[in-house]
Design a protein around this ligand. Structure first.
Ligand SMILES: [Zn+2]
Length: 155
């Protein structure tokens, strides 16, 4: 039988009258992204793409290929600058199970120069230096798993 590392702890707790169970949780996501392939290609090249509705002019990030405002599906790709102002943030001290390896982290909403709002992690060494309205930059980077993502950084 495969002995999991916490087995001794389970037995010890059980003898104290406590039932305890723990397992590793692996999450897998599948999302159809064929219509927004350009977005992921952009991330690999360090570029951030949004989409703009050719009918009403609304800009979307993350990109959408159907406009929820006017229900049009005629959209254009638009590269946007990562320069942003911090609008709001929250510090996550009690991390979800799947993010426990990261410790505390910051989730931010930044307003890009192009006028679109982005929800993303904010990388900053000292949380006490976070100020609403401060300049932040949305950057692309490679994940631990080899995929690409985006994250705000404080200069
Ligand atoms: Zn529209």
């Amino acid at each position: 039988m495969h002995m999991l590392p916490y087995t001794q702890e389970v037995i010890r707790l059980y003898k104290e009258g406590i039932f305890f169970d723990a397992r590793n949780l692996e999450l897998k996501y599948q999302m159809p992204v064929k219509r927004i392939e350009k977005f992921f290609e952009g991330l690999e090249k360090g570029k951030i793409f949004a989409t703009r509705c050719n009918n009403c002019g609304e800009l979307y990030f993350p990109p959408q290929m159907d406009c929820p405002v006017c229900r049009n599906n005629d959209m254009s790709w638009e590269e946007v600058s990562g320069n942003a102002k911090l609008e709001t943030y929250t510090i996550i001290e009690t991390t979800p199970t799947s993010f426990q390896k990261y410790g505390s982290y910051v989730i931010a909403i930044g307003l890009l120069e192009s006028g679109v709002r982005v929800l993303s992690w904010l990388r900053i060494d000292d949380f006490t230096k976070i100020k609403i309205g401060m300049n932040i930059v949305l950057k692309t980077e490679k994940n631990d798993d080899g995929g690409y993502t985006y994250i705000f950084e404080a200069p």
